[in-house]
Design a protein around this ligand. Structure first.
Ligand SMILES: Nc1ncnc2c1ncn2[C@@H]1O[C@H](COP(=O)(O)OP(=O)(O)OP(=O)(O)O)[C@@H](O)[C@H]1O
Ligand SMILES: O=C(CO)[C@H](O)[C@H](O)COP(=O)(O)O
Length: 408
């Protein structure tokens, strides 16, 4: 395979831009292959190998989104909301490994980065490392495969089997329109990070993480309170060292904290959720409340929004986050009636919705998902709409100006 980068767009099926600079080189698009010619294209004489490039010739480059969070912090729930924004349902690869971690829908393919664990459960135990430790993960392969998919090339991706704790035979991943890489380390390796068109970090505070873990692992999986505590404690040093620092690179962070509406609340049921949005990110324009760039505190409870104790409070304003300029929308409290969310939606701008009320409609559609009555569900839905817009803008910019898009 020739070492060059190939870009193609939907409007550009007969020519491609290739980073091999040669005034004598021409190229064409034949049967999903890029073919280089050294003589005039008119004579149709082409050189044989090695210049027949069998790599990237899909109609458009895959847009890559990274979603980072610790285990049990709502990644799957977020993914379900995101794929729903694009329509259709996400399912594991048909006829494949029943323990596959991949979810495929018409537009999106979600791969779980646990599949790049280089050590299986026994291997980690023997070496005394956790799955969060970079030494238990193959970042070279992660980079190579995400890059290949982004360039339009199918890959054989390994599978980490969470049921057996073993590495299973690989599965075929074809380049989708949108690839989401979700897991512990999407922004850890600089090479992988540079492939991301947009990145999100779910920052769940320790208190809330603990409450969610108890709810899931104790109620649904029969774990004891002590074992849940021990597992969180055991992971904490590596979480602090390798996972948490990734939030500095994220374009959007959803931060989940205990409420400030109830003094010294320790139940962890009412949440204060902050959507931290980086300014100046290509194809992403932050959501704002009332007035772009101003500082707002808003209690919407009253005639148009039913609120029971402790009520709901919104805030919005510019800020700094790891030295970056950001704007933050915050919601503390929870909705009593989800259909009344339309009142809040009408005061938020730059939502990237296709019609008035789309956020409320999405939230009502998935009212049974965890977090649908608070800021976690609201901000996950909004980020889903933002990703849809980002994708549409990238596609539009490529078809408008393929040369510019190729160089970008
Ligand atoms: N917004 C939320 N509000 C309340 N509970 C939540 C919320 N999001 C997730 N949870 C709780 O956390 C659990 C894990 O959520 P989810 O499966 O989406 O996380 P995950 O990051 O994909 O987990 P894992 O990586 O372990 O598969 C849910 O079963 C639920 O109990
Ligand atoms: O942090 C995790 C990400 O999901 C898991 O703990 C890690 O992938 C190891 O999985 P398992 O506990 O099933 O061996």
């Amino acid at each position: 395979m020739a070492a060059c980068t190939v870009y193609s767009t939907q409007s550009l099926k007969t020519n491609c831009f290739i980073s091999t600079p040669s005034s004598k080189t021409h190229y064409g698009f034949h049967h999903k292959q890029i073919v280089l010619y050294t003589t005039s294209k008119r004579h149709n004489k082409r050189v044989n190998n090695p210049y027949v490039i069998t790599c990237a010739a899909s109609d458009s480059q895959t847009v890559v989104i990274g979603l980072a969070a610790d285990s049990g912090c709502g990644k799957s729930t977020f993914m379900r909301r995101l794929t729903s924004v694009f329509g259709g349902t996400a399912e594991p690869p048909r006829g494949g490994n029943p323990d596959s971690n991949t979810l495929i829908s018409d537009t999106t393919t979600v791969i779980c980065l646990d599949d790049y664990h280089s050590l299986d459960r026994t291997g980690r135990k023997e070496k005394g490392v956790t799955a969060l430790d970079p030494r238990a993960n193959d970042f070279d392969l992660m980079y190579e495969q995400v890059k290949a998919i982004k360039d339009g090339v199918s890959v054989q991706k390994p599978i980490y089997n969470h049921v057996t704790g073993l590495l299973d035979p690989p599965e075929l991943i074809k380049p989708p329109k949108i690839l989401v890489i979700e897991g512990l380390h999407p922004m850890y390796d600089a090479r992988v990070r540079d492939l991301l068109d947009f990145s999100i970090y779910l920052d769940i505070s320790n208190e809330v993480k603990f409450a969610w873990k108890i709810q899931r692992d104790m109620a649904e999986r029969g774990h004891s309170l002590e074992s849940i505590k021990a597992s969180i404690e055991a992971r904490k040093p590596d979480f602090d060292a390798y996972i948490d620092p990734q939030k500095q690179y994220a374009d959007a962070v959803i931060e989940v904290l205990p409420t400030e509406l109830i003094p010294d609340d320790n139940e962890g049921k009412i949440l204060r959720v902050r959507l931290i949005q980086k300014e100046g990110v290509k194809n992403f324009s932050p959501v704002y409340l009332f007035d772009d760039g101003s500082t707002i505190s808003w209690i919407p409870c009253g005639r148009k929004l039913t609120c029971s104790y402790p009520g709901i409070k919104f805030a919005y304003g510019p800020d700094a986050y790891f030295g970056n300029e950001v704007s933050i929308v915050e919601m503390d409290g929870q909705f009593d009636r989800l259909d009344e969310l339309i009142y809040v939606e009408s005061h938020l701008s730059n939502l990237s919705s296709k019609f008035y009320g789309e956020v409320t409609q999405q939230m009502l559609k998935h009212a049974d998902f965890p977090g649908s009555n608070n800021g976690t569900g609201l901000f996950q839905t909004i980020v889903g709409l933002k990703i849809r817009e980002l994708y549409e803008q990238i596609v539009a910019s490529r078809s408008e100006s393929p040369v510019k898009a190729a160089k970008a």
